[in-house]
Ligand binder design. Structure first.
Ligand SMILES: CC(C)(COP(=O)(O)OP(=O)(O)OC[C@H]1O[C@@H](n2cnc3c(N)ncnc32)[C@H](O)[C@@H]1OP(=O)(O)O)[C@@H](O)C(=O)NCCC(=O)NCCS
Length: 200
C-alpha cells in the first residue's frame, strides 16, 4: 500500500449504511475526479490491486491507467464518503463496438454493504440505455465477491483456470430504465452537494 494515501475508515462512511446499502448514492465521475480516482486506487493494497487489474499494479502503472482514461468515451462512477474521499469506483469501458467491460473496486472500509453490487447495477443500466448488447467482466476465479456479483446479475460465467469471464446479454433500454438512470444521477449529485456543503 502507498504510504502517502490516507485510507478511509468505516467511521467516515456517510450515511452509515448499517449493514447492507439499499440506496447507495452513486456519482458519475468526470475528468475533474482523476486525482480522486488515483488516490482511491493507490489506497488498494497489493492483493486488491491484483484482484482489480489482474496483475501486480505498481503505483506508476496505476498512474498510467488513470491518466489514460478517456472520460468522453467511457463512463465512471464513484461513491464518496462524508469527507468526499472516493471509497468505491467503477469503470465501464465502452469501445464503441456494442460491447462494454466493467471493472470495480471498493475500499475495505466499504465492503460487504452492497456497494459493489450497486455499482454493477448502475453500470448495467447505463449500458442498457446506451444500446450496449453485451456487458463483460473479467476477474480472478478466487475473487468470490466479484463472482457472486456476476452470477447474481445473471451473467454467463466461464471459468478457465485462475481466470473467470462473465458475459451479460443486455436487454434494450426502456423509458423506465432511462428514468431510473436519471434519478440515480440526481441522487448522486444531491448527495455530493450535501457532503460538500457539510464540509464547508
Ligand atoms: C469485489 C468487490 C468490488 C466487492 O465489493 P463489495 O462492495 O464488498 O460487494 P458487495 O457488498 O456488493 O458483495 C458482493 C457479494 O459477495 C459476497 N461476498 C463478500 N465477501 C465474500 C467472500 N469472502 N466469499 C464469498 N462471498 C462473499 C457478499 O455477501 C455479496 O453477496 P450477497 O449480496 O449475496 O450477500 C470488492 O471486494 C473489491 O474492491 N475487491 C478488490 C478489487 C476487485 O476484486 N475488483 C473486481 C475486479 S473487476
Amino acid at each position: 500500500m502507498s504510504d502517502t494515501v490516507p485510507v478511509p475508515s468505516e467511521r467516515d462512511l456517510w450515511p452509515d449504511f448499517g449493514g447492507r446499502a439499499p440506496l447507495v448514492p452513486i456519482r458519475p465521475l468526470g475528468a475533474e475526479h482523476r486525482d480522486a480516482l488515483r488516490q482511491h486506487l493507490l489506497a488498494l493494497d497489493a492483493a486488491d490491486r491484483y484482484l482489480r487489474f489482474g496483475y501486480a499494479a505498481s503505483d506508476s502503472r496505476i498512474g498510467a491507467y488513470v491518466d489514460g482514461i478517456d472520460f468522453e468515451r467511457d463512463v465512471l462512477y464513484g461513491v464518496f464518503n462524508r469527507r468526499l474521499q472516493l471509497i468505491a469506483a467503477a469503470h465501464l469501458a465502452l469501445p464503441g463496438d456494442g460491447s462494454a467491460e466493467f471493472g470495480v473496486s471498493v475500499l475495505p472500509c466499504g465492503r460487504g454493504k452492497g456497494i459493489g453490487t450497486r455499482l454493477f447495477e448502475r453500470a448495467a443500466v447505463h449500458a442498457r440505455n446506451r444500446g450496449v448488447a453485451c456487458l463483460t467482466m473479467q476477474c480472478l476465479t478466487h475473487n468470490a465477491p466479484m463472482v457472486r456479483i456476476a452470477r447474481r446479475a445473471g451473467m454467463r460465467v466461464h471459468v478457465s483456470g485462475s481466470e473467470t469471464d462473465g458475459v451479460l446479454q443486455v436487454r434494450p433500454g426502456t423509458l423506465r430504465s432511462h428514468l431510473d438512470e436519471w434519478l440515480d444521477d440526481a441522487t448522486g449529485g444531491i448527495d455530493f452537494a450535501l457532503k460538500l456543503a457539510a464540509m464547508r
